[in-house]
Design a protein around this ligand. Structure first.
Ligand code: GLC
Ligand code: CA
Length: 553
């Protein structure tokens, strides 16, 4: 049997830096490149292999930077291109790979292309989807598509009879590009090369299943009365997951292959099945794709087992590594998702972005489960993503005052969906009061307010506490290299319905989602556990990694 060493991206742990909320270098209350540079040693000591930086391009911030005005520069409030290049070099010097976020489905309405299109410059409107409306004077949207953030997916550019509409699957400030236009295709291949030439190791592709729309933009068949959420992109919808999108990624793969080492891609694709997801991962397309079932799986062993098996099997059909995500900047933080009664089924259209039920959250319970989930995530084969603040076990801030909310979901939903601000609160680094070292000056206001009790969760406080979640992550990331990274396939152990326990290469991971203690094998050594004292008994809502002096088979 030939043994090949996996490429870095097949086993990497990637830390997601939500730049706006990571660290503020200049004291305006907004995270920036200078803040990130100062905190790179923290990330290297944490033990991750790479960072993925959410969009840092110039943007009017209609959607927190996912509305890009210029793909070849840095948002001025975040810094400069020179600083960005310095960051890439410094990260590399610390052994961290750098992934950026590319937003190809739409630009900002302040992008030069869209401005030219609005001004009616010849040949510029076909880069987007402009259409005449329905009704006598074209006063009705051209089709019945709804925006992901709420309301129609069309905005009209004037009231005069016959004024056209443009398509935006997200906010009105995010006009969708027309990917049937060759100019759009070559522009993005050029943008990729621009950053690859600057040393960037790869891209996370935003809404990778968007881009190509069904020809003629036909009505969708059954319109929901509420907006579809991000994850509800249903099979057969003419806006999503069209076969034509794959040709785009074949072109991108060819760009990545011009570089040595090859640059890599990770797709954000909310598609209805693992079969559909695997199509993005065919050998001449993208390297990896987020598998989002894990992030919407309730805290129940049988569901976790099923999700893990499905994800691995789906990726294996095309020889891709599976990916594991517990949370990101679009969903309820893991601690809070696990802090309420858990659904009994894998969540689909009743997803609610992980905000399950109206019970008061039990954050102590949620933290136990989040810690255990981290050990599960980091023991699995493939790649893992850690969203900033997960390593601090931060909870979702669910009681932000309405007037500080920034997510366009809030207004576009007619103030019914509070949106995603609660998982985007600036990180607490040290100090006893806000901004907890996020910004250099005491008392500085941050772009979203931090809660009054976050001193206890700060990096500094957790650094001192050997049992903190931060130190659990550090230990887990270090041990992952020796115990799990190249350990082989998952073999489930039959140890009870409420336990997800498996072995990989002679090492075992046990996760107890039930309500009673679980007895661990006598001969095992507990290499790491999510609770302090594991003496043969694994308590509820805990996980442990076990090693054995003798081979178990
Ligand atoms: C992706 C991003 C999300 C953004 C949307 C539109 O889903 O993760 O934050 O709002 O795309 O670009
Ligand atoms: Ca700043």
């Amino acid at each position: 049997m030939s043994v090949t060493t996996p490429s870095w991206w097949q086993t990497a742990v990637v830390y997601q830096v939500y730049i706006r909320s990571f660290a503020d270098g200049n004291g305006d209350g907004i995270g920036d490149v200078a803040g990130m540079r100062a905190r790179l040693p923290y990330l290297s000591q944490l033990g991750v292999d790479a960072i993925w930086i959410n969009p840092w391009y110039p943007s009017p911030m209609a959607d927190a930077g996912y509305d890009v005005a210029d793909y070849r520069d840095i948002e001025p409030s975040y810094g400069t291109l020179d600083e960005a290049q310095a960051l890439i070099a410094e990260a590399h010097a610390l052994g961290l790979r750098v992934l950026l976020d590319i937003v190809p489905n739409h630009t900002s309405d302040e992008h030069a292309w869209f401005r030219a299109a609005l001004a009616g410059e010849p040949g510029t409107r076909q880069r987007y989807h402009f259409r005449t409306g329905r009704g006598v004077d074209g006063e009705l949207p051209p089709n019945n598509w709804q925006s992901v953030f709420g309301g129609p997916a069309w905005t009209r550019i004037g009231d005069a009879p016959g004024s056209p509409w443009y398509l935006h699957l997200f906010a009105p400030g995010q006009p969708d590009l027309n990917w049937d236009n060759d100019e759009v295709r070559s522009e993005f291949e050029d943008i990729l090369a621009f950053w690859f030439d600057r040393g960037v190791d790869g891209f996370r592709i935003d809404v990778a299943h968007g881009l190509v729309k069904e020809a003629g933009l036909p009505d969708e068949e059954d319109v929901l009365d509420t907006a579809q959420t991000l994850v509800e992109h249903r099979e057969g919808h003419p806006a999503w997951d069209q076969d034509g999108v794959h040709e785009v990624y074949r072109g991108w793969r060819a760009v990545a292959q011009r570089y040595s080492p090859e640059r890599i891609f990770i797709a954000e694709a909310w598609v209805p099945s693992n079969e559909r997801l695997a199509r993005y991962l065919r050998p001449d397309e993208l390297h990896t794709a987020f598998q989002f079932d894990f992030l919407r799986a309730p805290w129940r062993a049988e569901l976790l087992r099923a999700v893990v098996d499905d994800a691995i099997a789906g990726a294996a059909t095309v020889g891709a590594p599976p990916t594991w995500v517990l949370s990101n900047h679009d969903v309820t933080r893991t601690v809070t998702r696990f802090s309420r009664s858990q659904p009994t089924h894998l969540v689909g259209t009743d997803w609610e972005r992980g905000r399950w039920g109206d019970e008061d959250p039990d954050h102590i319970l949620g933290r136990k489960r989040a810690r255990a989930a981290a050990l599960l995530q980091l023991a699995l084969p493939g790649t893992a993503y850690v969203y900033q603040g997960e390593e601090l076990a931060l909870e979702e801030i669910e009681d932000l005052p309405d007037e500080v909310r920034q997510d366009p979901t809030w207004s576009q939903s007619g103030f019914t969906d509070v949106g995603r601000d609660g998982c985007r609160i600036p990180l607490p680094w040290n100090a006893t009061s806000a901004p907890y070292g996020f910004a250099p000056d005491d008392g500085a206001a941050t772009w979203l307010p931090q809660p009054a009790h976050w001193a206890e969760h700060s990096v500094e406080a957790q650094d001192r506490d050997p049992d903190s979640t931060l130190n659990l992550y550090r230990s887990a990331l270090r041990l992952r290299h020796s115990l799990w990274r190249d350990a082989g396939d998952v073999k489930w152990l039959d140890v009870g319905p409420e336990v997800a326990a498996f072995e990989r290469g002679g090492v075992q991971c046990w996760v107890n989602t039930g309500e009673t203690d679980v007895r661990l094998p006598e001969v095992a050594t507990v290499a790491l556990s999510s609770v302090r004292a594991v003496d043969r008994l694994l308590p509820p809502d805990a996980a442990a990694w076990l090693t054995f002096a003798e081979p178990t088979e």
